[in-house]
Design a protein around this ligand. Sequence first.
Ligand code: FAD
Length: 553
Amino acid sequence: MSEPIILVIDDDPQVLAAIRRDLKARYQTEYRVLAAGSGESALETVRELKTRGDALAMLISDQRMPGMLGVDVLGRCRELYPLARRVLLTAYSDIQAAIRAINEVRLDHYLEKPWDPPEERLYPAVDDLLSAWHAEYRPEATGIRVVGHPWSPLSYAVKDLLGSNLIPYRWLEAGRDPDAQALMDSGNVKTSELPAVFFETGVVLRKPNTREITEHLGLTREAKHELYPLIIVGAGPAGLAAAVYGAAEGIRTLLLDGHGPGGQACASSRIENYLGFPAGISGGDLTRRAVAQAQRLGAEFLTPVEVTSVSIEGGYKRLILRDGREMVARAVLAATGMTYREHPAEGIGALAGAGVYYGAAVTEANSCRGRRVMIVGGGNSAGQSAVYLSRFASEVHLIVRRIDLNETMSHYLVEQIRQLPNIRIRSAMAIERVEGDGRLERVWLRSAGSDSLIAEEADALFVFIGARPHTDWLPTTVLRNEKGFILTGRDLLVLDEFPRFWKEDREPLPLETSIAGLFAAGDVRAGAMNRVASAVGEGSMAVKLVYDYLSRT
Ligand SMILES: Cc1cc2nc3c(=O)[nH]c(=O)nc-3n(C[C@H](O)[C@H](O)[C@H](O)COP(=O)(O)OP(=O)(O)OC[C@H]3O[C@@H](n4cnc5c(N)ncnc54)[C@H](O)[C@@H]3O)c2cc1C
């Protein structure tokens, strides 16, 4: 962050230059001294400072200025920077106005002109005021700030995009966080224009779409080459590991992800069972390290870039992207993982992103502060999310179909949950219906063996049930099991239809699909272990097999 600012305001250029000179002489090593020639331009400057997240320590304004009086300027600035010290520069004749302003705009001091010598009449007062400001001052939220309504799907999409791409930001809830209104005023943002994203550069994006945000963040979406020996689709643990090994083996490797790096692992607040991290590691931290490692070794990474289909042309694979662009590879690794299935409860589709979330506990945790949330699912991911959300929410209700949670969740998690007073396990329960006017308000629950429904208030519902593999982008000639997961290697040999698709004079390699040169690794693959370590293992192993394939063709 840059130094705190002292802003002086006077319409008389000579007085302005003189006070600025004197202030700079003493304070310029620790403060930036800015000047404004009118009340209007001072307000403009203060709004810009607020939008950028700069610290304003003091305002010194002349009282008599055309257009706007000094006390009015100071009063208006107080709305944006309530802690900044306010000093009125007065002629002897204005002292009564200055005294009145002490109450009206909570003036901290009035300074009579002329202030010579400054060592006696300026610096002692300014020193005192600055040291009082320092004692109270808390740094402004800097970096990217997002102001919006908590249950708006658009706000959720913005937070999800930033979070998935590991971009730090501060969330300010309109109507709840006092800084939110000040920031909106500084950027002249109306409530109807939310969510708004405030960048440190002073740029404010209103109701932005993905493209506008990614352009401002400088996320790379353009590939450097037209043809790659290896393109990896999906940058979860499997894809990231493959990118590290591919680049390390000297294969020109392109990694694409439709969302952001990390995949499901990014939804995990603490992975406790990954080798080498005895205290556990968050999915975000592991992902940050993996992306840096893959890029340092030379892998190219583009995001958000979603692959919508692939066609096979001779030995080449042509990938079609959501925005219509195309990319060509000799070998492709499908590492597109899976997501949670949509819950069948009535009304749930209409509230997705507006209180109903699929596996998004980390992104939405802040919005749940002091609120009542429900989590549906009995697996480890539901359990981990319950533990994590219990640090924010007032109450967490874990809705599980079975009677005994130990049947589906690891013992260590069940024990952790039992020790947290604000988590309530609601076993043998199912969600039948959800309701709310524009956002989730109520959940209807049914106990096993009962016909009656009970309604309960809920601010958010997190769904962690059943898995659906991300395979829509692949042709039907990529054979799958009955649940839609991709079959690879020797598992293919037992299928009656396999010989119709496979025309090579060799068996498929271990992670190879029914299309030669198209490999699959991680959770998208039939028989995967659904663990970070196994996805990483398969991703690394796939590169050796890709290498074999490339050397044969
Ligand atoms: C809340 C939670 C907690 C977990 N905790 C643990 C734990 O503690 N320990 C553990 O070992 N495992 C844990 N897991 C499981 C683990 O995260 C997964 O097994 C692992 O992430 C699978 O990795 P993957 O690379 O195969 O797929 P994913 O992680 O699913 O990544 C797939 C990636 O592909 C991208 N993608 C999908 N389709 C496309 C497309 N068409 N174009 C471009 N990109 C696409 C997605 O955006 C995603 O980034 C947890 C999972 C969850 C949800």
